[in-house]
Ligand binder design. Structure first.
Ligand SMILES: [Zn+2]
Length: 260
């Protein structure tokens, strides 16, 4: 069984998990638990890896809803009728149905899982630098409010393994874009002395600031796993390896969390 990182802050309302690169059958650059078909890995290896993760969490793969990630700020509300489908043009999924699993894939980008235990409702979001700069996490929260009446102060969030401030070096254009996003969230980034722009960015810290600006209490936000680039034994990292696998972030509402 592959080892999985649990987002305990979202329990017991949801089952929320992040995979590592361990416990699969893929070889070479994809060793071993690559879960994305879009990477160039052997499809039969990815299929076996997905079966292993599904078996270890007791999930049925035909209940999975995925996105064809485009690094944009769009999210979609889905229900049981979307089970088994891949939605195009969005990087985040929201649902109030306990009958589907939501999944996003990442290798450095930030996988974000959210639970509104009051409604209840959940979300899974893929946030790279573009999505973060474009505010995909605040957009997902807004959409949760519109669709489900979610109040930010009750939302619980888990930020999965992602490239850390230790390793994520950015050029001037990306630094300017992310600095604007950070200022909009009321938490300017810290550039090195003698410089106007940050050279390294902690995307998870920026997303934390965005969540706080939306009204999510900081103590409701947990980071699960460390820096993907620092841990080649544990995580895939696009920045480190370029051709590599993807980890998954998966979430499902627990039946017992439903009110009716
Ligand atoms: Zn690092």
């Amino acid at each position: 069984m592959p080892p999985l990182l649990r987002a305990r802050g979202l329990e017991p309302g949801a089952r929320a998990l992040f995979t590592t690169r361990r416990g699969g059958v893929s070889r070479g650059r994809y060793e071993s638990l690559n879960l994305a078909y879009t990477t160039g890995d052997a499809p039969e290896a990815v299929a076996e890896n997905r079966r292993r993760v599904a078996a270890s969490v007791g999930a049925r793969l035909e209940r999975l809803v995925e996105v064809q990630q485009v690094h944009g700020p769009a999210v979609a509300v889905v229900g049981r009728e979307h089970a088994g489908s891949v939605l195009r043009g969005v990087d985040g999924l929201l649902t109030a149905s306990p009958e589907v699993w939501l999944a996003v894939y990442a290798a450095d980008c930030v996988p974000v899982l959210m639970l509104d235990p009051a409604r209840p409702a959940i979300a899974a979001v893929h946030a790279g630098w573009r999505g973060t700069a474009d505010g995909i996490v605040p957009a997902a929260l807004r959409r949760m409010r519109e669709a489900f009446g979610t109040v930010p102060r009750s939302v619980r969030v888990a930020l999965g393994p992602a490239i850390g401030g230790c390793c994520y070096e950015v050029g001037p254009a990306v630094a300017r874009t992310l600095e604007r996003a950070a200022q909009a969230a009321g938490a300017p980034l810290a550039p090195p002395s003698g410089s106007a722009l940050p050279r390294r960015v902690d995307l998870r810290a920026l997303i934390r600031a965005q969540l706080a600006a939306c009204g999510v209490p900081p103590e409701h936000v947990e980071a699960v796993g460390g820096c993907t680039r620092c841990r080649p034994d544990l995580f895939f990292s696009y920045r480190r390896d370029r051709v590599t696998g993807r980890m998954a972030a998966c979430i499902r509402l627990c039946d017992s969390a439903r009110r009716e």
